[in-house]
Design a protein around this ligand. Structure first.
Ligand code: PRP
Length: 189
């Protein structure tokens, strides 16, 4: 398998992801049979997962996108989230499934859940491709209805996820070599 020279370790291969996304698509199609299903994703990290999951779903489905923004450190997650671009589809009386690439601190999802709930959906569930395994229990954990993979608490890129906007196009999920994070041209000014 081709491995980018900046990659230290592949956590999820293309084949792992393909198989699991297909399974999730089948489960979701079964659970939402005869319901108005609206997938809601958050730009940008989720778009690759969303586009694969959409094609693994075999029942009628709509999707919409929103953008949120949060202050984050170099490789850390968290910070106050605010809305940048709202949904355009009608949410009221739709069965909404939020499709997220990764659950880390849960900050992004908490904000998006409250935002979607304020629009009175018929129901709201959450699907994440990856959930990071934390050593400490979370204070207010969000219930995740569909989880693709539980992964170690490492900074991962690929399959939509970036480091300084790069590596989103890698078809697998991986950890980069330590020196990539230390390179001068990669440091934020
Ligand atoms: C990443 C990721 C999730 C979020 C998860 O997005 O795509 O949306 O962080 O972290 P949290 O659980 O700690 O909130 P990011 O803000 O980096 O933006 P991007 O999707 O545009 O890369």
């Amino acid at each position: 398998m081709y491995m980018h020279e900046d990659v230290k370790e592949i956590l999820l291969t293309e084949a792992n992801i393909r198989k699991r996304v297909k399974e999730l698509g089948e489960i979701i199609s079964r659970d939402y049979q005869n319901k108005n299903l609206l997938l809601v994703s958050i730009l940008k990290g989720s778009i690759i997962f969303l586009s694969d999951l959409l094609r693994a779903i075999t029942i009628p489905v709509k999707f919409d996108l929103m953008t949120v923004s949060s202050y984050k450190g170099e490789r850390t997650s968290g910070g106050k989230v605010h809305l940048v671009m709202d949904l355009k589809q009608e949410v009221t009386n739709q069965h909404v499934l939020i499709v997220e690439d990764i659950y880390d601190t849960g900050n992004t999802l908490k904000f998006v859940i409250d935002h979607v709930l304020s629009k009175n959906p018929a129901s709201l569930k959450i699907c994440v491709l990856m959930k990071k395994e934390k050593k400490e229990p979370e204070e207010n954990p969000i219930h995740l209805d569909y989880i693709g993979f539980v992964i170690p608490d490492k900074f991962v890129v690929g399959y939509g996820l970036d480091y300084q906007e790069k590596y989103r196009n890698l078809p697998y999920v991986c950890v980069l070599k330590d020196e990539i994070y230390q390179r001068k041209e990669n440091l934020k000014i």
